[in-house]
Design a protein around this ligand. Structure first.
Ligand SMILES: [Cu+2]
Length: 169
């Protein structure tokens, strides 16, 4: 009788341990970055670069370390700011996101720059991004993002329209 009880007890402890393991795995999986309004600028004829925009909000402190897309050979993270009256873009190796703080990638500011497009980007198409983040324990996780191509030709007064200029890497 005592033996049986002890065995049951062990089983219970084992089950609890298993549950805890599952729980912590779930917590880990929930470590996601929410992405709002992802979109990509439509291309003009002969243009083989474009830019992507979105708002990223992370539940934890994470760092965006890599981005890939299904329409371009490479994707870079760029910052953009005025220097001596010239709009300058810089490539960032990584983009750290503080927990709970929304990071806006938008025209005139931070953006994802897509190089060597494999095909023209036409209004309403979908671009698939795969973003790799690293948490503060150094563990990488990936997140897929579907962005919509938008044609903003009518609002081209935006200084970002001539995106290919003023690059300084
Ligand atoms: Cu750029």
């Amino acid at each position: 009788m005592i033996m049986t009880q002890r065995y049951t007890h062990h089983l219970l402890r084992y089950s609890l341990l298993l549950l805890l393991t599952i729980a912590s795995t779930l917590t880990h999986a929930q470590e996601v970055v929410s992405i709002d309004n992802p979109w990509v600028r439509a291309t003009n004829a002969g243009q083989n670069i474009s830019a992507g925009y979105m708002t990223m909000t992370s539940t934890h402190d994470v760092t965006l370390v890599k981005i890939e897309s299904d329409v371009s050979e490479s994707v870079e993270i760029h910052s953009m700011k005025m220097e001596n009256n010239v709009m300058k873009m810089r490539m960032l190796d990584t983009l750290p996101l503080s927990a709970g703080k929304p990071y806006k990638l938008e025209p005139g500011g931070y953006h994802l720059m897509m190089f060597d497009l494999k095909r023209p980007l036409i209004d309403a198409q979908i671009v698939n991004f795969e973003m790799t983040f690293k948490n503060n324990k150094g563990v990488e996780f990936k997140q897929k993002v579907k962005a919509t191509v938008k044609n903003l030709d009518n609002s081209n007064k935006n200084n970002h329209g001539d995106h290919e200029h003023h690059h300084s890497h």
